[in-house]
Design a protein around this ligand. Sequence first.
Ligand code: ADE
Ligand code: ZN
Length: 337
Amino acid sequence: MTDHDFITGLPKAELHLHIEGSLEPELMFALAQRNKVAIPYASIEEVRAAYSFSRLQDFLDIYYAGANVLQKQEDFRDLAVAYFDRAAADGVVHAEIMFDPQTHTDRGIAFGTVIEGLLAGMADANARYGMTSKLILCFLRHLDEDAAFVTLAAAEPWLDRIDAVGLDSSELGHPPEKFARVFAAARAKGLRLVAHAGEEGPPDYVLQALDLLEIDRLDHGNRSLEDPVLTARLARTGMTLTVCPLSNLKLCVVDDMANHPIDRMIKAGLRATINSDDPAYFGGYIADNYRAAASARGLDRGDLVLLARNSFLGSFLPDDAVAAHLARLDAYVEASR
Ligand code: ADE
Ligand code: ZN
């Protein structure tokens, strides 16, 4: 079996995926027409040509503008269905997907429209592929904490179908401490907690996410490596990092894939995972991310299996489901020898 096929078939979980970031230009155009929404591009080629970023904010400006075409419940369902089709083809058997309700409620789309559409897409993926999935509600950190509380209140009727809250958008200048109270409120409601930290922000933001937000999982976390004490703590406590290699390259978190720290993370004993973040914008889905990291950093099959294993261990699945996935992963490795 080629390495390409080994990676595609490797059973894996995706733990860091923004569903709005899976909006491919083709669907963006189709929804713009269907909903009669104007978009500032004349062609699909022009959309792709606009995807050149030198930092996180360049990307976010385009990503929030693209989300304008999402208007109706079926748009969110179609978006999710398209993602799950790509994920299934890449060997994803479980996905924990993030969504940004404020991106939609702030333009007058009801919370229920967004989440019911996504839940319909998740049910479809389960019926067609047997894929399981969970929802992570992300607060936009460039907005204030009161707005996050309003969003948490809007989510109340669906809390039994939301597993976690997260924190995304512009990191610099919006440290985790800004959201300590709303994260405590979410935890009190039984939700798990994740946060983007250490993507562009300093190691201190990772520390705040650990100590002030009490996160269960760390999104990105790359800059943790600048602090050996923090790195050792993350390794000792078994914190899962959801690393996104192609995103890191496109957003200039790394200057070259040849300098990506994924193997340093593994060697430091961190529970690193590989994910796609915003695949429609960054040039690849999860298997492309595994392949890009593997070829740039010389990861062998043992490393790839470890990354897939970590994706199940770092998921919010119950222990028996994790054990079943790990057994299936072991069987896959055995059969591919
Ligand atoms: N929203 C979508 N993708 C993001 C990223 N990589 N960082 C912060 N916010 C995001
Ligand atoms: Zn992200």
